[in-house]
Design a protein around this ligand. Structure first.
Ligand code: FES
Length: 140
């Protein structure tokens, strides 16, 4: 049984953009909004070399990584062929214009994946709060 955590309003996410949700442990989660107001959540880490997917361009049900333009499916985190790889997907739902993520997944999923040590996807190491914080919006 899922325990849903309210994250923000759909309208808080820029159209064709994303917001980052920091976690007490592990890398941020990127929450995306596409042109049909559908919302998706992936670990903010490209399966190629760890690029920040939250800074990518959303189109259809994919996001193009800002570093080397791999196309990552927002529904499943899979890289589009011929590229290979997958970034963890987080369950999310929208009710009455509010976005919810699974609190259990936020606390436990993909804690072993690390941010790159340098470059745009590098961790700031600043996440120390025990709550989930929504970062400033990013539009593409
Ligand atoms: S790091 Fe995303 S395409 Fe290379």
């Amino acid at each position: 049984m899922n325990e849903w955590k309210k994250i923000c309003l759909v309208n808080d996410i820029p159209l064709l953009g994303s917001r980052r949700v920091s976690r007490p442990q592990g890398m941020d989660v990127a929450v995306f909004r596409n042109s049909e107001d559908k919302v998706f959540a992936l670990l903010d880490r490209c399966p190629h070399k760890g690029g920040p997917l939250s800074q990518g361009i959303v189109f259809g049900t994919s996001v193009a990584c800002p570093l080397h333009n791999w196309k990552i499916g927002l529904c499943d985190g899979q890289a589009s062929a011929p590229d290979e790889g997958c970034t963890p997907r987080f369950a999310c739902k929208v009710e009455a214009g509010e976005v919810f993520l699974d609190a259990g997944e936020l606390a436990t999923l993909a804690l072993d994946l690390l941010a790159p040590r340098a470059g745009p996807g590098a961790s700031t190491g600043a996440v120390v709060d025990q709550t989930f914080a929504v970062q400033a919006p990013h539009s593409s």
